[in-house]
Design a protein. Structure first.
Lengths: 172, 342
């Protein structure tokens, strides 16, 4: 019972954070809302019995990626964003598509997924089973993803490097 | 009953931790004083022992200034974030075996989770926001530079810190802090305690952990975020009274957490000779653990009294070009050793 209440509370937290992320006009407030979303998601994972995934979610998303987001916002000293009324295309096509997508997801979840209840912790969530899945069953996709990430990093370096400078720059 | 025991343990842990924080400050002032041929605090109580109390009262009664140009919500939230996350991580750290009081046996930690180490890492990685947001919300160039330096430094050194711990995890095969301590019981060749620091290349991992942890806690020689010769006081320039004290408490609480983790991961936790009656055997592990923590804190202060500060580019080069490759190499070697041993 407590589990269910906590799950709903943090689910509401998560949605509220996500809405707040869009509504806020200052980038740093949006970034902080995103952190709140990440942390509430981690708590949801924890409540579902996936402790390892929850911890990794906090360490990687809230602790590393979002720190870099905040870092960049601080570095650029980004000010308030201007509020616009949004594009007409987004309203005409976007809102119905969101409703349609949401309805589709809800339908699939209600109709197509198994109806039998699963106990908390019954699905693989501990470090051992996660790594078994990752490094045995899904080894090839995992390795392909790592190559993809490497290519992305190289692309970022190429795009960010200044062509006229031959010797490496001093770090600030 | 379970809730009551947990509540009692939480209260005890917080009180002990805050007292330890206060007396670490006293110890630092005393030891650094002696290293610089001064006395340190002597006026309040014998050996200045009541100085932390006097400091606390002073912090409480000082005027709490909020400069007009700050971004108020985050300016107020930042010290809270720093201190809350610094104190929370103690929840999963075991400080000894079980104790039995009045027929109730309970382990000496608030909660034993099987991913304890990851929880500590996660909580400390969120603690960065306290410093970063303090720097940003102060709306002051020195604070901003301090906050930027802190977040860049913490993200950089977190990588080598995490990698240095993986060697220990490979050797022990568990994320549970209690499990890691239990995996280190026994001896090599009958006399050398089976601590992780003596296992394979873990001495290097210990070195990497210690250096990265000093950088993570913003201590000398890595205290660039608050380098007073260039940044006034860095991220906490605009803070006064209790808000400043919160950053101070967070820093020292983080030092204690680092010391706890170092003892648990590399030095066998609370292992040590046990003797005497049953009640003494219950207390002794806590004593051995506290002794290790004291040594680490003393080392912190010793380093502070000895080493000069890095330059910022040296700090980054050291982290990325020396510590990180070393940590990866250590990881590969440890993996090979464990795999070959079967």
């Amino acid at each position: 019972m407590l589990h269910l209440i906590l799950f709903l509370v943090f689910g509401a937290f998560c949605v509220a954070g996500a809405v707040n992320l869009l509504v806020q006009s200052h980038p740093i407030n949006s970034a902080l809302s995103l952190i709140a979303v990440m942390v509430s998601l981690a708590v949801e994972y924890l409540l579902l019995g996936a402790e390892f995934v929850a911890a990794v979610q906090v360490i990687i998303y809230a602790g590393a990626i979002m720190v870099l987001f905040v870092f960049v916002i601080m570095l650029l000293n980004a000010g308030e964003e201007e509020k616009t009324r949004g594009s007409r295309v987004a309203i005409i096509f976007g809102v119905p598509s969101v409703l349609l997508g949401g309805a589709l997801v809800a339908w699939v979840l209600l109709r197509r997924s198994g109806t039998a209840a699963v106990a908390v912790g019954a699905l693989p969530g501990d470090p051992k089973s996660v790594s078994m899945l990752l490094f045995q069953n899904f080894l090839l996709p995992f390795e392909v993803t790592s190559v993809l990430v490497l290519i992305a990093i190289m692309g970022a370096v190429v795009l960010a490097a200044r062509p006229e400078q031959a010797q490496p720059r001093k770090k600030a | 009953m379970f809730a009551l025991i947990s509540l009692i343990k939480i209260v005890i842990a917080v009180v002990v931790l805050l007292t330890a924080v206060a007396y670490t400050v006293w110890l630092e002032r005393k030891v650094v004083g002696r290293m610089q041929n001064r006395w340190g605090p002597t006026r309040v109580g014998p050996f200045g022992l009541l100085q932390p109390m006097a400091d606390g009262i002073k912090f409480l009664f000082k005027e709490d200034l909020t400069p007009p140009h700050v971004y108020k919500p985050l300016f107020i939230a930042a010290p809270m974030i720093a201190v809350i996350f610094a104190l929370t991580s103690i929840a999963v750290i075991p400080i000894g075996n079980t104790v039995t009081v009045g027929g109730i046996t309970t382990p000496l930690e608030i909660t034993d989770v099987n991913i304890g180490l990851l929880i500590v890492l996660g909580i400390t990685s969120i603690g960065v926001y306290g410093v970063a947001l303090a720097g940003w919300s102060s709306n002051n160039k020195y604070s901003l530079l301090g906050g930027l330096r802190a977040s860049a430094q913490m993200v950089s050194y977190e990588v080598s810190l995490g990698l240095s711990l993986i060697g220990v995890l490979i050797v022990c095969g568990t994320f549970s802090l209690r499990g890691i301590v239990e995996a280190q019981s026994g001896h090599f060749w009958g006399f050398l305690p089976k601590w992780n620091i003596f296992y394979g290349g873990q001495f290097i991992a210990f070195f990497i952990y210690l250096v990265s942890a000093y950088a993570e806690t913003n201590r000398i020689p890595f205290d660039l975020p608050e380098a007073e010769t260039e940044l006034v006081a860095g991220y906490h320039t605009e803070y006064s009274a209790m808000k400043f004290a919160m950053f101070f408490m967070a820093e020292y609480a983080n030092m204690i957490t680092v010391a706890c983790l170092a003892s648990i991961l590399f030095l066998g936790g609370w292992s040590g000779p046990l003797f005497g009656p049953a009640w003494l055997q219950m207390i002794l592990p806590v004593f051995w653990f506290a002794l290790r923590i004291f040594c680490f804190l003393f080392l912190y202060i010793w380093v502070r009294g000895t080493l000069p500060r890095f330059r910022y580019d040296q700090l980054m080069a050291f982290g990325w070009k020396f510590l990180l490759p070393l940590a990866i190499a250590n990881l590969v070697v440890t993996g090979l050793v464990v795999a070959l041993k079967g």
